[in-house]
Design a protein around this ligand. Structure first.
Ligand SMILES: C[S@@+](CC[C@H](N)C(=O)[O-])C[C@H]1O[C@@H](n2cnc3c(N)ncnc32)[C@H](O)[C@@H]1O
Length: 211
């Protein structure tokens, strides 16, 4: 299983935004939508062994987590508008301290970074940062990982402190600062290549017929 957390510092926490303006009125929700797509989609297929956790910290009700479970997902297409619309639908639910199912494979709840870190206790945590250890050097040893990434503003000092305290290892996908969704693609690629090199068949993947 690969779990990926993206922290959206400005991402709106109610459904009151336009799908035509995901970067503006939705608080850079476009970044999170691209991350969802990069994390889950293959060409003509979907990674069913991936979960994406969007930590939404924008106004008006900061501290919501939307979880996309690859295994159970339905109705998601690769375009930003599609994930934006499913996120909007989830945000229209009354989020509580319990998971609430919005649509198949999509869950919403209240929560913050501490909640996520306690949920992932016992897993191997990785914090993506430009100056971290090269993922290529360790990809072969990575099993059952959880990756944490920032959005356009990165990760705050306080969040970074929490991640490091929880034991997250800092890793890099390259020397330049890249878009969050591109980092996800590169992480998957490194892990896919390492698995292939070990002669392992890829994780749970659903392939669609190409036409
Ligand atoms: C657009 S970048 C953030 C840029 C922001 N201006 C900053 O200084 O943090 C978004 C996120 O992608 C990840 N990231 C970007 N480039 C990376 C790289 N080369 N290696 C690892 N993570 C990277 C980091 O998690 C970062 O928080």
């Amino acid at each position: 299983m690969r779990d990926i957390v993206i922290i959206g510092h400005k991402a709106k926490t109610d459904g009151d935004f336009s799908l035509n303006d995901l970067p503006g009125s939705a608080g850079r929700m476009d970044i999170l939508c691209r991350c969802v797509s990069s994390a889950l989609f293959l060409s003509f297929g979907m990674r069913r062994d991936v979960n994406v956790h969007l930590l939404l910290l924008g106004e008006p009700d900061p501290g919501k987590i939307i979880r996309f479970e690859g295994l159970h997902l339905r109705y998601l297409n690769p375009d930003e508008r599609s994930s934006g619309s499913l996120i909007q639908k989830a945000l229209k639910k009354d989020a509580t301290e319990q998971d609430i199912r919005s649509t198949p494979g999509i869950w919403i709840r209240r929560g913050d970074l501490s909640f996520l870190l306690s949920k992932f206790e016992g897993r191997t945590l990785f914090y993506l940062r430009e100056d971290g250890e090269d993922i290529r050097a360790i990809a072969n040893e990575i099993r059952d990982p959880v990756f944490f990434l920032g959005d356009h503003v990165g990760v705050t000092e306080e969040e970074e402190e929490q991640l490091l305290k929880a034991g997250a290892k800092i890793i890099s996908v390259g020397p330049l600062s890249l878009h969050s969704n591109h980092c996800i693609t590169l992480v998957h690629n490194e892990l896919d290549r390492a698995e292939a090199q070990r002669g392992e068949s890829p994780g749970e993947i659903e392939r669609w017929i190409e036409n």
